[in-house]
Design a binder for this molecule. Structure first.
Ligand SMILES: Nc1nc2c(ncn2[C@@H]2O[C@H](COP(=O)(O)OP(=O)(O)OP(=O)(O)O)[C@@H](O)[C@H]2O)c(=O)[nH]1
Ligand SMILES: [Mg+2]
Length: 190
């Protein structure tokens, strides 16, 4: 993995942030964003990274995190709504630039009985990286959520899970369709 100079990035960001002069009106309106930026700066200084996963119910979010952890830490099941609230686990990913990586699992955003969806969105939105998971062609609700993260300046990796459930030819058609629907400025691999 490319060596990242976290200390240098932290100092550049900190200096930039210290030189920004906001009016009281702006501070008031941007209160949530300011808190989130300060928390991110703190984590950067501590060499901590937060990765959140988000997507519809049952697309395999918890399974993907378990794969990363190489352990069955997050509960998974065939029924929707297995993850009921935000859950966090530390990923023992060894990298000299980082001290810890926190993985955050979320309930499916379209689960019928989801509690406090704004709070769940906001907790995932506080991550440095979001694994937005899909398991088939993308729909309007998913695009709306992706665009909300993009508007908030978030880095997203779109994870197409359960590809084993599609035949090669169908998969190609779906991937082509997804590419057409995604915002133009998203880099498209594969
Ligand atoms: N065929 C197939 N099944 C998968 C894959 N990934 C996960 N699953 C299965 O899909 C089901 C749902 O997986 P979960 O990881 O619980 O999905 P989730 O998105 O966390 O679900 P909620 O917490 O309910 O929102 C489980 O039965 C998994 O074993 C995959 O790549 N292929
Ligand atoms: Mg889950």
């Amino acid at each position: 993995m490319k060596q990242i100079n976290i200390d240098k990035s932290y100092l550049i960001l900190k200096k930039w942030w210290e030189n920004i002069d906001l009016t009281n009106y702006e501070k008031c309106n941007l209160n949530k964003e300011i808190i989130s930026l300060n928390q991110q700066l703190f984590r950067l200084n501590q060499k901590q990274l937060r990765i959140g996963i988000y997507g519809k119910a049952g697309v395999g979010k918890s399974s993907i995190l378990n794969l990363l952890l190489e352990k069955h830490e997050f509960k998974t099941d065939i029924t929707n709504g297995t993850t009921k609230d935000i859950e966090r686990k530390e990923w023992n990913f060894k990298h000299q630039s980082l001290k810890t990586i926190e993985l955050i699992d979320a309930p499916g955003f379209d689960f019928y009985d989801i509690k406090d969806p704004e709070n769940i969105f906001s907790q995932i939105n506080s991550s440095e990286l979001i694994l937005f998971t899909i398991a088939g062609d993308i729909n309007r609700n998913e695009l709306t959520q992706i665009n909300s993260f993009i508007r908030n300046g978030k880095k997203i990796i779109l994870v197409f899970n359960k590809i084993d459930t599609w035949k090669g030819h169908d998969l190609k058609i779906i991937l082509k369709n997804i590419r057409l629907k995604l915002p133009q400025y998203i880099k498209k691999y594969r």
